[in-house]
Design a protein. Structure first.
Lengths: 593, 238
């Protein structure tokens, strides 16, 4: 343990893996389009994810317009509203968050942070992106087919997902399921690469316990994704068969418009189990990379070593493992055996322990730190606040007796948007502000960044905090229009209108962010190789932005952990991971280069 | 690149669980002596295990959820051979063929490490032939059942999930075997042409040929065999 904490040197081991042969590009197409360079693939993933994310943003605007001002917009009829909900949810969870964290940040950062030349199988990695793009295009295509996209809700529960009467029953649901299968195939190709790169292609001196927490988060999330996505894949294949050739995996015997359907004997709850066996780990597939990235942002911008590194790693791994045994807490009202609720409530509450450890460790890292309120740091702090907030309501909903009345109300919407919508998106913004200088060689504009942060952060609270109250009043989710009820007071409508106005403003702030991304590419301040004076390897590359192969003729050698900030007796307040230890006896004089 | 370092060049490592922990947390590589390709195949197979696991669990769930009696597999998969009624005979032969192919595959890997091109090619081709025979018999079985009126949405004897689960699961497994046969044929050509000795780059990936590729292909093949054992036990024998 002392070896990690103090990096007590020791002899540098010989290289175990011979140099990698890189598939060098020939010409423009293989440099920028069909590139096998993980960094280019990472940027391609990120841009595609942001583009499809904009579609989800516009959909959320449309939903808010309807909820805030019902009856004003005639084109948002109930089927359209359900289609917006479904597409918004699926895009945000799968095609934006998962793709951006693992495909985007993962591809860009894993090889650089580990001191590798590239991912281990660059060709497979390239294929991964192109299949992801195909999945996105199939998904987008469902907007243009007869009947439009599916309106089954993002959970796609059968039987209603494939019964007539559900919007997009003819084409939309088929394209959605095909798109998911493609996404999973593409992701598997990338995911295998990330895992093998982390396990087998680290540079000399980079033990697992010296990896930055960003890599730990992405690595664990990828392992989870490789084990959780199969359940969704199987569910999607079987639902496709139910829909297209008339099997009855998920379809019980049904009467529709007085006609008995051909289906019979299937189990709708089976789909819910398969879906949530994927769906709950998915929450942490999104959260763990966020945990990792935020740890690095906080440590760097507070000039303080991360508190309890080893515990942070174990917390990530334990959260990853536990998240596979909590899935049925999404199903308390599904009609499953009530005794299951006892088990799943218990495991759900246990998962709060490692999560709380992480939150305390972030706070203890900040404690007496030299906090720089840079834009990435603001977003990291914003993450901690929103995550704690969403996590606490998660404790409410994890208990069966509290969940049953709150289920299917706006309280749930507020909870999961806070914990896995706003919080990870905060980290994505923080990560982009943090690493943009490495990707482009220029800083993002600070003033625009601060405006972006404050509008987004305060706006997110203005949107989702009141939503908890709506939920406690009993305002149901998934309703196109509340209408007259005996239990919802008229003032709820005023609150809804307020939320909608704020949502429009917050959405507009994201356009400022996009403008900043483009504007700074040309007019941003030159950043130099290491603007944040960070320790991790990606900031120590010979070129900025790093060239193909990342490093010069020699791979870097790692001598210490990733968090040597403000080390006593050292002139600089950070020591890069690849800086050797001073010779014995000179340690007291310090070593500043 | 990703060639495995011989074990002898690695420092002596502690045995047992201490060794596992030491390896995992050690420098550069967590699985000492395992190449990138081999680790990747193992992790892929782990992921694929979850796919088949989900299929089989789903099949068991619908078998329990349906209220209609389940057809008796011993009778459904029986054949009349020379006037004798033999339950499950075709499945028994298919299983025997597939298990035998695992044997020839293991021998191919052995000869590959002896750099014996002729025997390796012959044994890989034998494995592919067994695999193709298996898929052929599966096609016979499918067509026989379809003639008897089994459909994914119904059958003459009972629960309609019988046909749905049967065609989905054996279809998925048969696809795996078919992909495996194609992969083995490509590999046989590589071995025969001497691509592995000459380290010729692959057509798509540009990876240099290595004799270890035969073993990695073998891992996939054995996995497909093992999955069949579970399908056999849970679908045909239950």
């Amino acid at each position: 343990m002392s070896e990690i904490a103090h990096g007590a040197g020791g002899p540098i081991p010989a290289a175990e893996v011979p140099e990698m042969e890189l598939p060098h590009p020939h010409g423009w197409w293989s440099t920028y389009v069909f590139s096998q360079d993980a960094k280019v693939i990472g940027i391609q993933y990120s841009l595609t994810a942001i583009a499809i994310g904009l579609v989800a943003l516009v959909l959320s605007w449309l939903m808010r317009l309807q909820l805030g001002f019902p009856g004003t917009f005639s084109f948002i009829d109930p089927p359209a509203y359900y289609q917006f909900i479904t597409m918004h949810g699926m895009i945000m969870v799968v095609y934006l968050l998962t793709a951006l964290f693992l495909g985007g940040f993962g591809n860009y950062l894993i090889p650089l942070m580990l001191g590798a030349r590239d991912m281990v199988f660059p060709f497979v990695n390239m294929l991964s992106y192109w299949i992801y793009l195909l999945a996105v295009l199939v998904l987008v295509a469902s907007f243009f087919v007869p009947g439009g996209p599916t309106g089954a809700g993002w959970t796609l529960y059968p039987p209603q997902a494939i019964l007539s009467g559900t919007p997009g029953r003819d084409w939309g649901i088929v394209l959605m399921l095909v798109s998911l299968c493609l996404f999973i195939a593409g992701f598997t190709m990338g995911g295998l690469n990330y895992v093998v790169t982390v396990l087998q292609a680290r540079t000399r001196g980079m033990t697992l316990m010296r990896m930055p927490l960003t890599v730990w988060g992405i690595f664990t999330a990828t392992v989870m994704a490789l084990l959780a996505f199969p359940a969704l894949f199987v569910g999607a294949v079987m639902m496709l068969l139910d829909r297209l050739i008339g099997t009855s995996f998920f379809m019980p015997m049904l009467v529709e418009f007085g006609q008995q359907l051909r289906h019979g004997g299937g189990s709708p709850i089976l789909f819910q189990h398969l879906f949530w066996f994927f769906g709950h780990p998915e929450v942490y597939i999104v959260a763990l990379p966020a945990f990792g990235i935020v740890s690095d942002l906080i440590s760097t911008h507070a000039r303080r070593n991360i508190f309890g590194y080893r515990m942070m790693v174990w917390a990530i791994v334990i959260i990853g493992a536990l998240s596979f045994v909590v899935w049925a807490h999404h199903m308390y009202v599904s009609g499953m055996n009530p005794y299951f609720g006892f088990f799943f409530a218990t495991t759900t509450l246990i998962i709060a322990i490692p999560t709380a450890i992480k939150v305390y460790n972030w706070l203890l890292t900040l404690w007496r730190g030299n906090i720089h309120l840079t834009v990435p740091m603001l977003f990291a702090l914003g993450f901690i606040v929103t995550f704690v907030n969403g996590g606490l309501t998660g404790l409410f909903l994890g208990n069966v007796v509290v969940d049953v009345p709150l289920s299917d109300t706006m309280f749930v919407v507020a909870h999961f948007h806070m914990v896995m919508g706003v919080a990870p998106v905060m980290v994505i913004f923080g990560g982009i502000y943090h690493w943009y200088p490495k990707v482009t060689g220029r800083m993002l504009d600070d003033t625009m960044g601060k405006i972006h942060f404050w509008v987004t952060f305060l706006g997110a609270y203005a949107i989702f905090f009141p939503m908890h109250y709506l939920g406690l009043l009993g305002v149901p989710r998934r309703y196109h229009e509340i209408g007259e009820t005996s239990f919802v007071p008229a003032s709820a409508q005023d609150l809804n209108a307020f939320i909608s106005v704020v949502a429009l403003v917050v959405g507009a702030a994201q356009l400022l962010f996009l403008f900043n991304l483009v504007w700074s590419l040309r007019y941003g301040r030159e950043s130099g190789p290491n603007p944040w004076r960070a320790t991790t390897l990606e900031w120590q590359t010979p070129q900025t932005p790093p060239g193909h192969g990342n490093w010069g003729p020699e791979l870097p050698v790692v001598h210490r952990w990733a968090y040597d900030y403000a080390v006593p007796g050292v002139a600089e307040d950070f020591v890069p991971q690849n800086q050797p230890h001073p010779a014995p006896g000179h340690a007291a004089q310090g070593h500043a280069t | 690149m990703d060639t495995a370092t011989p074990h002898a060049t690695l420092a002596a490592r502690p045995a047992g669980w201490t060794g596992v922990v030491a390896d995992w947390s050690s420098d550069q590589r967590s699985f000492k002596g395992a190449s990138w390709g081999k680790v990747m195949m193992w992790i892929f197979l782990l992921s694929d295990t979850f796919i088949f696991g989900c299929f089989l669990l789903s099949y068991m769930t619908v078998r329990m959820s349906t209220t209609v009696p389940w057809p008796n597999p011993s009778e459904v998969f029986a054949l009349e051979i020379f006037g004798t009624h033999m339950p499950l005979i075709l499945i028994a032969i298919m299983t025997f063929v597939l298990i035998s192919s695992s044997g020839t595959m293991a021998m191919a890997v052995n000869y590959a490490y002896r750099r014996d091109r002729r025997m390796t090619t012959a044994l890989i081709l034998a494995t592919a032939l067994f695999g193709a025979t298996f898929v052929g018999m599966q096609a016979f079985e499918w067509s026989k059942l379809i003639h008897e009126g089994v459909r994914p949405w119904g059958n003459p004897w009972g629960a309609e999930q019988f046909g749905a689960a049967f065609f989905t699961i054996t279809g998925f497994h048969g696809t795996h075997v078919t992909i495996g046969v194609i992969m083995l044929l490509v590999m046989a050509r590589k071995v025969w042409r001497g691509d592995l000795d000459a380290q010729r780059p692959g057509a798509l990936t540009g990876r240099r040929g290595r004799w270890e590729m035969v073993e990695i292909a073998g891992l996939y093949w054995h996995f497909v065999d093992l999955v069949w054992v579970f399908i056999f036990a849970l679908f045909y024998l239950w």
